[in-house]
Design a protein around this ligand. Structure first.
Ligand SMILES: NC(=O)C1=CN([C@@H]2O[C@H](COP(=O)(O)OP(=O)(O)OC[C@H]3O[C@@H](n4cnc5c(N)ncnc54)[C@H](O)[C@@H]3O)[C@@H](O)[C@H]2O)C=CC1
Ligand SMILES: CC(=O)C(=O)O
Ligand SMILES: [Mg+2]
Length: 369
């Protein structure tokens, strides 16, 4: 198969979808890999390293999309890329369709095959979301601690406090991968942490494995409202796979939050679980509403590409190889979890919650396989 590796063009997106090691595996499997010049630079990989691994270098993004039967990416295509996507071309990347209707419409119109990292399943988990959720969960506390500093608009409270002074209160909404990693980091810094989830078995597990300065509380409207008022830092980390995130912190609640409270809505890429969150960029990551600082960067791991590229490609490469060796149809027939990654195929939405989010037509994926 001919595989294209474009350079990411989202704001401050420094990750790349394949490392030279990944290219060399694909070449060893008999595939041809075209890499856009400087695609790996932000993650520390030179064009020469890709060439030594067997890749061919192309100078423009247009050439990569024109030649690739499969395009392997990190982030969803952005507007300037829509016109480059071709009928029958396989795109393997994060899409987060439910958060952005124009992307969904553009991919439907392109008649391409869109396999989304974030909905691929394995053993009941999301193996291609996990590594980036680990990164974003850990970063959420780093960023939150930073924006709690007074000169950056925050309350001016140190997460861990000091002897004789209380630590900050951190509230984490969602106890999945992002939430757990955030809780570990916040607890490690000495904060007073509460993590909420709707799943009682998950809360039991978290209560077993997390340190004593992390409390677990059932997530419901009443509890969220009460705990949010006391929080210095709130991390949004819920997910309903493929669907728009529910709003757990609503507009009317902001007036009850502490002045200088920081909200980090990691779930922003699925539309956010904080009503007032709108996607921001690493260049301009925050804004303030009602004295509350909002941080809503939709590609947080892009800021730590050395860690993120390696973590992401450790997870994606086995799937890229399956897809390249067998083609998407046979690969998805053979692996029911990979099949769950199919969101849009040849002009049809085949992932139900994406179609439902926008009231668009849905075709069961079985009908195209
Ligand atoms: N902004 C960024 O750069 C990044 C964003 N993400 C996003 O972070 C979000 C969370 O991802 P993961 O932790 O991997 O998902 P996950 O599936 O591991 O965890 C989500 C958790 O939310 C819980 N949940 C669902 N509804 C809830 C509610 N009403 N109240 C409390 N908890 C609820 C679920 O029970 C589950 O435990 C996703 O939207 C993901 O795309 C992930 C990585 C990077
Ligand atoms: C998961 C995701 O959206 C990201 O890593 O940017
Ligand atoms: Mg994202």
């Amino acid at each position: 198969m001919i595989i294209g590796l474009p350079k990411e063009i989202k704001n401050n997106e420094n990750r790349v979808a394949l490392t030279p090691a990944g290219v060399s595996e694909l070449v060893a499997n008999g595939h041809t890999v075209y890499v856009q010049a400087t695609a790996g630079e932000g993650s520390g990989f030179s064009d020469e390293e890709y060439q030594s691994a067997g890749a061919k270098i192309l100078s423009t993004i247009e050439e990569v999309y024109a030649i690739g039967e499969m395009i392997v990416k990190v982030k969803e295509p952005i507007e300037s890329e829509y016109k480059l996507v071709k009928e029958n071309q396989l795109l393997f990347t994060y899409f987060h369709f439910a958060s952005y209707k124009p992307l969904t419409e553009a991919m439907v119109a392109s008649k391409a095959v869109c396999l989304a990292y974030e909905t691929v399943e394995k053993n009941g988990g999301l193996p291609l979301l996990v590594p980036m959720s680990e990164v974003a969960g850990r970063m959420a506390i780093q960023k939150g601690a930073n924006y709690l500093e007074k000169p950056l608009g925050g309350r001016g409270i140190l997460l861990g406090g000091v002897a004789g002074v209380n630590p900050a209160k951190v509230l984490i909404l969602g106890g999945g991968v992002v939430g757990t990693e955030a809780a570990k980091m916040a607890a490690g810094l000495g904060a007073d942490v509460t993590i909420m989830d709707v799943s009682l078995p998950r809360l039991r597990y978290l209560s077993d494995v997390l340190p004593a300065n992390v409390k677990t509380v059932m997530s419901n409207r009443y509890n969220i409202r009460e705990l949010a008022k006391q929080a210095d830092l709130i991390v949004g980390a819920v997910l309903i796979p493929g669907a728009k995130a529910p709003f757990l912190i609503t507009r009317d609640m902001l007036k009850d939050l502490k002045k200088g409270c920081v909200l980090v809505d990691v779930a922003v890429d699925q539309g956010g679980c904080i009503e007032t969150c709108k996607p921001t960029t690493h260049e301009n990551p925050t804004y303030v509403i009602d004295n509350v600082v909002h941080y809503c960067v939709a590609n947080m791991p892009g800021a730590v590409p050395y860690t993120s590229t390696l973590a992401l490609t450790n997870a994606t490469l086995p799937y890229v190889i399956q897809l390249a060796n067998n083609g998407w149809k046979d690969a998805c027939r053979a692996d029911a979890g990979l099949k769950k990654g199919l969101n849009v195929v040849n002009g049809q939405i085949v992932y139900k919650s994406v179609a439902d989010t926008f009231g668009m037509a849905h075709l069961p994926v079985e009908e195209i396989l």
